[in-house]
Unconditional design. Structure first.
Length: 455
């Protein structure tokens, strides 16, 4: 939460870059392809879809403060070559369109020239701005004091353009004037000084202390990175970055932290929820609404307060499956007397969850993600189960990995919740679009198969 609270302009660079690229991609075909008989609507949908698919796999928008100019131009070259092939592939399938290699060459050359110019100016401006003003810096500390740690601190201090403010070493093994303090004061220092990134020499810490440090930084949304040494690292998401020729291992929290990935997931959520609302809910709401009203008095929809992204409150919508009652913070149990006959059917088939596609469209939820728990469950398990609150780093979902693996419904023991959290955290830390598709398909399969705890 520290980094989020500091508020830096750099978080806007990627969205601005995407918007500028979209303007160029959409705008130039109107100029260069005006005599080719092109259907601009279909062509723009095609080329924008292709552009973002290529960008996702090429890492086109994955530009960081330590990314070198060579890496940036390599990403641009990959994007340009593959996108050129995508654009050419459109014309054979459009019978009314005239193919013109000259028009395509002029359009893409102009587009990518301006993209390169914009990225180069942005890259140059940010580095100069950091040096001139000392703003937008990330506070960093190093745990450990050895040759590699000293080398990294020198890079931080000599390469001002990288945008790091080095605030000192922490060590239990070494004592000299350069050591800021021992590990007993580390956590207070990190919070008080608003540290953004912690670099750790693994030789400095025992396995238990590493585990505690990972949990602490995870809970406070602080980037934890490891300085390579002889100790093996067993982790789920490690990548290697280079500051000049200096290697640093990063413990990645989640792909869902990336703005571009958030954009892709949100785009899919809007598209998929609109599809369901138009094709399914348009006729399902009147039918189920009538059946619900015939059986019992009360509203068609049930609205309940739930904790969402960053534990912010939102109202989760469902088809009402129970008689109106005042025990809404009590989850349903087997043979629950509150459940109506219609309610038992729609709960068994998960149709009661369908109105949550409106929550998705409104931006409160995602199609796939950790299921939103009751507030009472948050209070009960928030401090009892490790990594429980990590699930609030992303939007809750209509379905999730824990649900398709059988951990849905009533929580009868702590073990039920622990297993659910394990799958939720695994999903967050290992997200991919393929995993989302797999969960959606498995959800549909489970609905037809029937689930033991769907009551």
């Amino acid at each position: 939460m520290v980094a989020a609270q500091r508020g830096r302009y750099s978080k806007y660079l990627k969205p601005i870059s995407i918007i500028i690229d979209l303007i160029l991609l959409i705008g130039f075909p109107f100029f260069f392809f005006r005599e080719l008989g092109l259907n601009y609507f279909y062509f723009n949908i095609y080329q924008i879809t292709g552009w973002f698919i290529i960008a996702y796999f090429s890492g086109f928008y994955e530009i960081y403060r330590y990314t070198t100019p060579v890496q940036i131009f390599t990403k641009i070259a990959k994007q340009a070559v593959i996108f050129l092939l995508i654009v050419i592939a459109f014309f054979p399938f459009s019978k009314t369109t005239v193919f013109s290699g000259k028009a395509i060459a002029l359009s893409l050359t102009t587009t990518f020239s301006l993209i390169i110019l914009f990225k180069a100016l942005t890259f140059y401006y940010i580095k100069k701005y950091r040096i001139a003003t000392g703003s937008n810096y990330r506070n960093a500390i190093i745990i450990g004091y050895n040759k590699e740690a000293i080398r990294l601190s020198e890079i931080f201090q000599n390469r001002i353009d990288l945008g790091y403010r080095f605030l000192g070493f922490f060590s239990d093994k070494v004592q000299n004037h350069e050591i800021k303090g021992n590990l007993s004061v580390l956590e207070d220092f990190i919070i008080n000084q608003k540290i953004d990134e912690v670099y750790c020499s693994l030789n400095e810490l025992s396995d238990n202390k590493i585990k505690d440090l990972v949990e602490f930084t995870d809970a406070n949304e602080i980037a934890l990175k490891f300085i390579p040494d002889s100790k093996e690292i067993f982790s789920k998401n490690l990548k290697i970055d280079y500051y000049e020729m200096f290697p640093v291992l990063s413990l990645q929290k989640s792909p869902l932290d990336e703005p571009f990935v958030k954009f892709v997931k949100r785009f899919f959520d809007i598209f998929f929820s609109m599809l369901v609302i138009v094709l399914v809910l348009s006729w399902l709401v009147p039918i189920l609404g009538l059946l619900i009203l015939i059986e019992s008095r009360g509203p068609v929809f049930f609205k309940q307060s739930r904790p969402g992204l960053n534990e912010a409150e939102f109202f989760c919508y469902k088809f009402r499956s129970m008689l109106p009652n005042k025990t809404t913070e009590k989850e349903a149990s087997r043979n629950d007397p509150r459940v109506t006959k219609v309610g038992r059917f729609i709960r068994k088939t998960s149709l009661d969850e369908m109105p949550q596609f409106f929550n998705v469209l409104l931006g409160d939820m995602s199609v796939v993600g950790p299921r939103p728990h009751l507030w009472s469950q948050n209070i009960t398990y928030g401090n009892r189960i490790k990594k429980y609150m990590v699930r609030h780093h992303v939007k809750p979902g209509i379905t999730g990995l824990a649900q398709v693996r059988g951990f849905r419904g009533e929580i009868e023991t702590d073990e039920d919740m622990i297993n659910r959290i394990k799958y939720d955290v695994f999903y967050i830390e290992n997200w991919s679009m393929f995993l989302d598709f797999k969960i959606i398909v498995q959800t549909v399969v489970n609905i037809f198969k029937g689930e033991e705890k769907a009551y």
